[in-house]
Ligand binder design. Structure first.
Ligand SMILES: NC(=O)C1=CN([C@@H]2O[C@H](COP(=O)(O)OP(=O)(O)OC[C@H]3O[C@@H](n4cnc5c(N)ncnc54)[C@H](O)[C@@H]3O)[C@@H](O)[C@H]2O)C=CC1
Ligand SMILES: CC(=O)C(=O)O
Ligand SMILES: [Mg+2]
Length: 467
């Protein structure tokens, strides 16, 4: 269960209640006090800020519990999650101050004109003379935000700002959140193309399927900078990384395993493609209506592509039927679809990646007794499989070598790099994937991505440390 942190401003009437009453009320309602600040001391009355960790769902219980005491007045409740969002989470800062007229005439007109002319004569110079070489657009239309669905471009912004923060903190990439107020595929493509001159790469985020496939395909074809749909490929890369390590734990080879992927949307399609690139020979894609089978006919172009792959099984069935005997289950669909019995019915030493947010396809309580390796997309259980392990290092590498695109070998190299950060001695059922705070992740992903870009001929520059 996810926790939240709230700050309660409480006034105590010392004749009627003690701080012990406050602590007991909070604890009875399931909250943990993590800090106390005295705001106004006093003999008869005092005011304190009490920071409380509480499960998301229990927040109101804490408030209600305090209200029952006559001598405790609740002045204010602030949610720390909201507090960190006040005014947004990123800002733009100049690289140098403008202290006098001389500075002004250099950074702005008239001096800037000769820089503009130089770029006009040689557009490549945009990489050395503007922010292009280190700047990525994080673009969403707000149609598939986390597991929240189509909540629109305004509501999508906190997620895009969060991704921008992660880009900067983890890989020193300057990322800018762009939330577009249109659902129209052509208009999205046109708008992203029109704004692309200032960016060195485009990270598409939380755009619903199947539109996301066409938007990414067209932008990749029509732009000379890398375009990457994070929910498809970031997820696929980190899943493959986790799977490579989980297979070492259970001592199985990728060529021999039977993999069920549930939810063939943005993430599921890319995961299936990468599983095939990585060597999986028995693949069972499943969506709402059951399996997508070899030889089947589908109006969804990516499902049709899957139906034409020889590694895809041709047996029809529901998820509960086809999961029987499987070595690996990967869920990118929605929560609570499977129970412990389903996991018990899988093959020996089953690997379960239940990644739907916020609720996994099978809960840890149900899965863990039967799964040898269990992972989710969440930070409150071990083995968090999240695309944040991918996009910072991947774009760092792509920008550094000025890659024209991000291709399959670059993604596979990134997956292997992430897996390699967990060393043989460290690897176990509860530790198949490194933490996002492990600084080696970005370093290794960048290195692997640059190498793969050079090898596949999409790098337009060789970074110094590769010469
Ligand atoms: N942990 C992570 O890093 C990530 C997790 N996710 C999670 O994975 C889920 C899917 O994300 P997207 O692929 O972006 O969404 P999407 O909407 O593109 O795809 C979801 C797919 O699941 C299918 N589906 C829905 N209910 C189903 C059911 N009962 N059985 C089988 N299939 C079902 C839908 O028909 C659709 O094809 C979400 O919960 C999302 O939060 C997505 C990306 C990254
Ligand atoms: C993690 C992420 O990008 C998502 O759930 O959409
Ligand atoms: Mg996303």
């Amino acid at each position: 269960m996810a926790n939240t942190s709230i700050i309660l401003r409480v006034e105590l009437n010392h004749e009627k209640a003690t701080f012990g009453d406050v602590a007991a009320a909070i604890s009875k309602a399931g909250g943990d006090i993590t800090s106390i600040d005295v705001i106004r001391p006093g003999k008869e009355h005092s005011v304190r800020d009490i920071t409380v960790e509480v499960a998301d769902t229990e927040e109101n219980k804490v408030v209600e519990s305090l209200k029952q005491y006559e001598g405790i007045k609740l002045i204010n409740v602030s949610d720390r999650t909201f507090l960190v969002h006040l005014g947004g989470k990123i800002k733009i800062q100049p690289t140098l101050p403008i202290k006098n007229r001389d500075d002004l005439s250099r950074v702005y007109t008239p001096g800037v004109a000769k820089v503009c002319t130089a770029i006009h004569e040689n557009p490549e110079k945009a990489y050395s003379l503007t922010i292009k070489r280190n700047t990525v657009a994080v673009v969403s239309d707000g149609t598939a935000v986390l597991g929240l669905g189509d909540i629109g471009p305004y509501a999508a912004a906190p997620v895009m700002e969060g991704k921008a923060m992660l880009f900067k903190q983890l890989a020193d990439v300057d990322a800018f959140p762009i939330c577009l107020d249109t659902h129209d595929t052509e208009e999205l493509i046109r708008t992203i193309k029109a704004m692309s001159p200032i960016f060195g790469g485009i990270n598409l985020e939380d755009i619903s399927s199947p539109r996301c496939f066409e938007i990414e395909r067209r932008l990749t074809e029509e732009l000379e900078i890398p375009v990457f749909h994070d929910d498809q490929h970031g997820t696929a890369v980190v899943v493959i990384a986790g799977l490579l390590n989980a297979l070492k734990v259970v001592n199985k080879r990728i060529e021999n395993i039977r993999v069920v992927v549930n939810g063939i949307g943005a993430a599921g399609v890319s995961i299936c493609k990468m599983l095939l690139s990585a060597g999986v020979t028995k693949l069972v894609p499943v969506d709402r209506e059951g399996t997508i089978i070899r030889g089947g006919e589908y109006s969804h172009p990516m499902w049709q592509w899957l139906a034409e792959q020889p590694q895809v099984e041709s047996t029809e069935g529901s998820l509960k039927e086809v999961i029987k005997g499987a070595d690996v289950f990967i869920g990118v669909s929605r929560g609570n679809l499977l129970n412990g019995e389903d996991i018990r019915g899988m093959g020996p030493d089953p690997i379960v990646f239940a990644m739907a947010n916020p609720l996994p396809e099978v809960s840890p309580e149900e899965a863990i007794p039967h799964a040898r390796v269990y992972a989710t997309g969440r930070s409150d259980y071990p083995n968090q499989i999240n695309n944040v392990l991918v996009f910072p290092g991947l774009f760092r590498g792509a920008l550094d070598c000025r890659a024209r695109c991000i291709n399959e070998p670059m993604k596979l190299a990134a997956a292997r790099a992430i897996a390699s950060v967990v060393t043989g001695g460290e690897l176990n059922e509860l530790y198949i994937i490194p933490s996002i705070f492990n600084e080696q992740v970005v370093i290794e992903v960048r290195k692997a991505v640059v190498q793969a870009a050079i090898l596949t001929g999409v790098a337009r520059r060789i970074p110094k440390d590769f010469r």
